[in-house]
Design a protein around this ligand. Structure first.
Ligand code: CUA
Length: 338
């Protein structure tokens, strides 16, 4: 692990993402700018401290020297010009570098059109999870909503597959930050922000809500899954389908539909049409629960349905005091939502 990665990870050597390990053009611009600013300020630090230590050493009082005050010099035009001009030049140089970076990361979303291989998604920040509304891909209108795990197609040599995100908030300010892919962009109530991503690196890219948004701010993790275009197409196709309706779990489904789950959660193809909590239509296609804090498996689903507050205290889902039989049926049903 290099020094900058360590620095960006707050000194801990883990697999946390670093802005200095960029995997997209925008993140690379930001990383280059950060290195430049660090280098310039490091150089200034060395020069200033160098002069300071040199003076302290060179002009120290030596043994037997007389203790009278040295001659005092007031005003020096040449020094004053130098120490005004030098910082002004440095600031001007940094302004140019920053302007170029702003230009490079700027968003100007095009109109969706067939053949553009561009993905458009609206991201809604919520306490404390992410809602993704898939809008367009390759000019096709998409019409499904998912949560917490954002899937994107990977770019390839000569085939950029850009992803444009519209960022909104349903409650308070949040911030979308996946350090290896792009800079932070805030999600602000009543205001829409935009950003773009593009990467050739398939696999999982993690991030974190980067604006304090309440008790579970730290439990608002971001997971971006970058896939080869063919795999991404298959994922799109599956997500767009209504929920699986296996006859053998009808009884379990009816238990789910009879509970207040349906007031907040949506399961497409059933009467559950809540819009307040994560869409569960393809719950089991997600690797994690509760915005990335738990692995999505039978045991954790059961724990979550039993008492969400013991796992993510403060989250908006209460403990519904279900009987063991009801909970078992609900978990059984959820496990079929692939
Ligand atoms: Cu959402 Cu911090």
């Amino acid at each position: 692990m290099d020094f900058f990665t360590l620095l960006a990870n707050g000194g801990s050597a883990g697999d946390s993402p670093s802005i200095f390990d960029s995997a997209s053009p925008a993140a690379e611009s930001i990383s280059n700018l950060s290195i430049l600013v660090l280098a310039v300020s490091g150089l200034i630090f060395l020069v200033v401290e160098g002069i300071l230590f040199y003076s302290v050493f060179r002009f120290r009082r030596r043994r037997g020297e007389d203790t009278a005050e040295p001659p005092q010099v007031y005003g020096s035009k040449s020094i004053e010009i130098a120490w005004t001009a030098a910082p002004a030049l440095i600031v001007f140089f940094l302004v140019l570098a920053i302007t170029r970076t702003l230009w490079e990361v700027e968003v100007d979303p095009p109109k969706p059109q067939a053949g553009d291989q561009t993905l458009f998604v609206t991201v809604v920040g919520r306490q404390w999870w992410w809602e993704y509304r898939y809008e367009y891909y390759d000019g096709r209108k998409l019409d499904f909503i998912t949560a917490n795990e954002l899937h994107l197609p990977a770019s390839a040599e000569g085939a950029a597959r850009r992803v444009y995100l519209r960022l909104e908030s349903a409650d308070v300010c949040h911030s979308f930050w996946v350090p290896r892919l792009a800079g932070k962009t805030d999600l602000i109530p009543g205001h829409t922000n935009e950003m773009w991503l593009e990467t050739r690196e398939t696999g999982l890219h993690v991030g974190q809500c980067a604006e304090y948004c309440g008790t579970q701010h730290a439990g608002m993790l971001l997971r971006l899954v970058v896939e080869e275009p063919a795999d991404f197409e298959r994922w799109l196709e599956r997500e767009a389908r209504p929920a699986a309706d296996a006859p053998q779990v009808r009884a379990a489904r009816d238990v789910f539909l009879a509970q207040s789950c349906v007031n907040c959660h949506r399961v497409r193809g059933t009467p559950a049409q809540g819009t307040y909590a994560p869409d569960l239509t393809h719950l089991m296609s997600r690797k994690t629960l509760a915005s990335g804090i738990l692995e999505n498996n039978r045991e954790n689903l059961d724990r979550w349905v039993r008492d969400p507050q013991s796992i993510k205290s403060g989250c908006l889902m209460p403990d519904f005091k279900l009987s063991d039989a009801e909970r078992e049926q609900i978990v059984l049903y959820l496990l079929t939502l692939e």
